[in-house]
Design a protein around this ligand. Sequence first.
Ligand SMILES: C[S@@+](CC[C@H](N)C(=O)[O-])C[C@H]1O[C@@H](n2cnc3c(N)ncnc32)[C@H](O)[C@@H]1O
Length: 229
Amino acid sequence: MNSTAPDFIPHRTADGSLTLRSATLDEHYHSVVGAVNESTHVFIKNGLDAVLGDQAKGHARILEVGLGTGLNLLLTWIRCLEGKCTVDYTALEPHPVSATNLEALDHCADLAWPGLHAPFVERMTTRHGEQWEEHGGLAFKVLPTRAQAFVAQAPFDVIYFDAFGPNTQPDMWTLDVFQRMHAALRPGGMLVTYCAKGEVRRTMQAAGFSVERLPGPPGKREMLRATSV
Ligand SMILES: C[S@@+](CC[C@H](N)C(=O)[O-])C[C@H]1O[C@@H](n2cnc3c(N)ncnc32)[C@H](O)[C@@H]1O
């Protein structure tokens, strides 16, 4: 798996937002039915917002598995800029997306936040491990660590589990990886993913999670939310 392979090229999804697509792998970074719709529904509404609950202005420590094009990061940052929360965001990404592809995707234009483009690309192309102190409510770092080797230094409140699907990358959906994710969350913390496969749900349960099937984003019947108990 090498996401920097040249055949990952921008592809417009049905909600008008862009993702990356590989014809060779027959894989996309997001749902072709809508990248922004999927990310907002799965990770922001059912992940971040659910963990923050009714707090007027909460704080969350977020782990993202698979930073990719940074769409989840950007949607989270916008939540911070809207005054809803502050976030400490750690992302895992062994195969960073190229600056050329980030420019071509121009997620900030799609989201009508053109002023965020330069600081967003700066963070996305940052050196691995460099800590960006809080700016606009968001502190950020990206690590090259693979999920299969990740050990958290301090507990997270939410995990955005946004790996390629189990058919493309089965080694991301194993008991060992979900045990690592369980160990990385505080009690009551939540892992959310777009995937709703029964086998994945059972593997999460075996790792110690309590798992809910929730209505999925447009184009998908269900998604999963796993709570650390
Ligand atoms: C579905 S894409 C992520 C989409 C991304 N969240 C976005 O908004 O663009 C999956 C990502 O997982 C990354 N990845 C591949 N192997 C990984 C591993 N072992 N650990 C963590 N991430 C990995 C890929 O490089 C890719 O960027």
